[in-house]
Ligand binder design. Structure first.
Ligand code: KIV
Length: 280
């Protein structure tokens, strides 16, 4: 099938996102595939090809199942579908933590092979060197602090951050380190609301909240959670704007029943010589 994207739209770049600090909230969603990117592109400012793809589409238990190849393939699919939104691709666990040199090599692959606008990686003070090196290689970086899904095994689960004074101080230090390293924006995930609001006030780059605060400069959700496609438990911070689980189950039930009763395919869905034409 031919890919036909609108040609008149101008791509939202990372600099435009950076300048949206304190302005109209930045609308972000994850996307992993070409059709979903096409559907979301007119409505959002930023599409994140999150490493949550490993869980959402590939059925892995955690995001640790994502690989560089997986992220690049989904990044390419989303880039084919999105003409307008700023597209950010996650760096998977194991592709950047060892050294700034490893981080730059992986970021170059993602950036070069997908044509995305930026990469995202998890970590604060501990990853500042990686962020600075990728930015120095002319690749924009989105940071990610607070609840970091790639650390779920180390943390013993998906734990909310910012409950103790010590942890709040660490989160603020992380946010400042990511900003100083040159990131253009920062995802703040799974924190006490007032802490995310405080971080938003303290840094000059936009914060994108998920389970964080309405005071963040933007919001992001995982697309499958947002449209009610997630079959397992969804976190408290998710609002389901549709119930696609029921829509799909109902469609499958009707299809199965019509195939079994030979109601489908009907006259409208088969070819006869009288129809003319040879297009399916
Ligand atoms: O991988 C992901 O989907 C993410 C967002 C939820 C922020 O990192």
């Amino acid at each position: 099938m031919a890919t036909q994207l609108p040609t008149t739209d101008i791509r939202i770049g990372t600099e435009l996102i950076r300048r949206r600090k304190g302005a109209t909230p930045i609308v972000c969603l994850t996307a992993y595939t070409y059709p979903i990117a096409r559907l979301l592109d007119p409505h959002v400012d930023l599409l994140l090809v999150g490493d949550s793809v490993a869980m959402v589409l590939h059925g892995h238990e955690t995001t640790l199942g994502a690989s560089l190849e997986m992220m690049i393939a989904h990044g390419q699919a989303v880039m084919r579908g999105a003409a307008r939104a700023c597209v950010v691709v996650d760096m998977p666990a194991g592709s950047y933590e060892d050294s700034p040199a490893q981080a730059v090599a992986s970021a170059r692959r993602i950036f070069g092979e997908t044509g995305c606008q930026a990469v995202k990686l998890e970590g604060g003070v501990d990853m500042a060197g990686q962020i600075a090196a990728i930015v120095a290689a002319d690749i924009p970086v989105m940071g990610h602090i607070g609840l970091q899904p790639q650390s779920v095994e180390k943390d013993g689960g998906y734990k909310i951050k910012g409950r103790t004074d010590e942890n709040v101080a660490a989160l603020i230090a992380d946010a400042l380190a990511v900003e100083t390293a040159g990131a253009f924006s920062l995802v703040v995930e799974g924190t006490i609301e007032t802490v995310a609001a405080d971080i938003t006030r303290r840094i000059a780059i936009p914060t994108i909240g998920i389970g964080a605060s309405g005071d963040c400069d933007g919001q992001i959700l995982v697309i499958d959670d947002m449209v009610g496609l997630t079959v397992d438990r969804v976190p408290k911070f998710v609002k389901e704007y549709a119930d696609l689980r029921s829509v799909i189950a109902h469609a499958a039930e009707r299809y199965a029943s019509e195939v079994r009763s030979r109601e489908f395919p009907g006259r409208a869905h088969v070819f006869s010589k009288a129809d003319g034409g040879d297009e399916a």
